[in-house]
Write a protein that binds this ligand. Sequence first.
Ligand code: PLP
Length: 457
Amino acid sequence: QQLMTADQISNLLAKDRQYVWHPFTQMKDYEQRDHVLIQRAEGIFLYDAWGRKYYDTVSSWWCNVHGHGHPRIKEAIHKQLHAFDHIMFSGLTHAPGITLAERLVQLAPEGLHKVFYSDNGSTAVEVALKMSFQYWQQVGNTTKTKFIYLEGSYHGDTLGAVSVGGVEQYHALFKPLLFHGYKMPAPDLRAAGGHTLADEAIVAEQALAPVRELLQLEAEQIAGIIVEPMLMGAGGMIMTPAHYLTELRKLCSAHQIHLIADEVATGFGRTGTMFACEHAGISPDILCLSKGLTAGVMPLAATLCSDTIYAAFYDDYMTQKTFFHGHSFTGNPVACAVALASLEVFEEEAVLERIQLTIRALETALHGSGLAALPYVANIRQLGLVAAFDLYEDAQRKMPFPPEKRIGAAIYEAGFEEGLILRPLGDTIYYWLPHCATPEDVSDIVSRTLRVLNKVL
Ligand code: PLP
């Protein structure tokens, strides 16, 4: 591909400043730096308009799975566009949407038999919340109207999703617009010290105690609890014990509460298993999927639910039990075709087996590279293809850097010079690797990160 001229690049970047408002971005900062204008993407690499290449260590906001530009995905898009493009999914149906629903039901934890499509992670969550709420209204438990969520949880940016969001920095401002719920502590494994199963169980039980108490008193008010199983991403790459989930499953069943698993980020192999719920061997009542569903290539989401939930909506039209929810792009056929192709790649390339090598290489690189010995690094942690560590002014005493130092932002900038797209969450540095990453990529990424840290700190 021909590179752009310097004039073309500066022209585009000037228009970027003039017209575009980027997500999760302080535009005053953004306007004061040189921008990375991406021109090409292949495998784990992004290439900018100057021809420089960068490791996409965060899988393009945790979406990309098989690497950029996978031929099977491109072929699926062409084939579907040749047949038909977008059509509405209300009153009409199509093979990619039907076949994908069947495949998702086969792959998902057992008991999830119906698939409701939408188009991004936040809408998958909105669907889950509304579905749960309406279910209880329709089965006569009309006081069950509230949701439990965890401190540090992130479920998206639409108002329902923000209502069950626990990251103060993103969510606090909007409180007057939100519905009220119960925020419970997260079972953060960083508190588990030695990380034996017994330590993990202690952390889990500490976080479960207030949930048990609340359910004893107020289960009649509560529709569901929403969690990011095993790994709470945007809240700071908080890894949580399987024990928490198994106990939560029991509590939800005992108290008639929906367990809603938000696997928008963790689904499709990212944690080493197809779905993170598998680490705990549990099935939720409702499962939210997006991001990796289409290998991170097209916007699509799916909310899966049990037959019991579905049955409460199934009646004569005049009973007013219809689920009145839908989006213009619900069940987009091109996105569904891409998702099917991605699942085929999972099988053809034995992706879940192959990534185990990468996962082990990541573990070796994290613990054998000298990272752990750095005086400002603490809490190195990993689940599957995701790894994180926290930066402190004094790691031993867990003394944080003053916020005005904006260490994360400096690391982000320096990452580009070392060919890395890093997107620290505050002072937490993390990798969210695509499944196409090789063991060699992993060790190169960690070495480059060490150089970035040495430069900034
Ligand atoms: N749920 C989780 C766990 C997420 O990590 C995200 C996004 O990062 C969302 C929901 C929202 O997804 P989207 O950004 O596609 O709306």
